[in-house]
Design a protein around this ligand. Sequence first.
Ligand SMILES: [Zn+2]
Length: 399
Amino acid sequence: MYKLIGIVYFCTGLLKILPKLQFFIKTKSFHIQKSMLVKDITNYLENIAPLSLQESYDNSGLLIGSPISNVSNVLITLDVTESVINEAANKNCNLIIAHHPIIFKGIKKLTNSNLTQKLVVMAIKMDIAIYAIHTNLDNIIGGVNNILASKLGIINTKILMPKTNGLSKIVCFCPTEYIENIQQALAHAGAGQIGNYDSCSFISTGTGSFRPLQGSNPFVGKTNQLHNEEEFRIEAVIHNYNLQNAITEMIKAHPYEEPAYDIYNLTNTDENIGSGLIGEIENAMPIQDYLMIVKQTLGTEYIKHNELINKPVKKIAICGGSGSFLIDAAAKNNADLFITADIKYHDFFEYAGLMTVADAGHYETEHFVKELIYSLLKEKFPNFALQISEESANPISFI
Ligand SMILES: [Zn+2]
């Protein structure tokens, strides 16, 4: 009898919570991340930091593994080391995303005769894909230097050394009724992005002239007759990394069998792409005080610097990692302080007393990149398994 009452109570209770349970199941299943391929993640990252923005010496991109293999778990690291690969295996991560590429130069054999070969073999044997996002992430707004700037309280930043070879102009000609389609196609492919504006283009009118030959299928005009058509000329600036896509989209949107278009290389600087950042701290302060903040924030054991400037610091240039090639650019931009890493002995002489040059360590100025990659991926794939490596550590010790 008690059993029967118990069953009745159980069933009534179940009926009460059933709608809630259904809702819970629905909501949860809605949020569960579908299975992902390596390329789902790498395409997203390359949309933010296109591979074409990497420096010539670099080797960013997918280094080991197939773009169409499944990913269930990602490990984010600054460097790929033996312990990081083991950590990935232990945590069932089948994709490692690193800032520094483990392969820089061509490998002619895999005989475990150096560290790179050893790591490559190890990752392949464990079926772990490795992807590097290096100088392409250094060279964009919102990249490695931006997270460093935000940690160091540097605001109103701009690129320290903007690139001069990253822009082109796309010009195309179309009949009146297609102007909107083509403008939209170009804008959608990234043409006309200038600073905080998009869809920028210039339009002018003129007369297009052509003679369709035998075998053609003209949108307007007749075979073997010279034809004049009132046309619009649309021109827009475009980043080179978007160029091919913009040409394809423009041709798709164009009614002509043979759309006419021109591509011009521009020598304009691209203020949104380049090396280092320069900005300022909110309130000027004695240089010693600020360097102590830097030391604490970056967790560095020491900062090497030249002769300190004899005035409060306000304008600061930075470059995470090896940035000594930017010392002159920092000085030309009137920085009071330039923070980077891997500065050579002789570089400490040039601006002594005029601009403080501080070497705060390579690892120390770059380790926030793990946090950056994590937050970029988390924003796009909120329910996907992502982990920051606990093994990725500074290879340099101090006594
Ligand atoms: Zn680095």
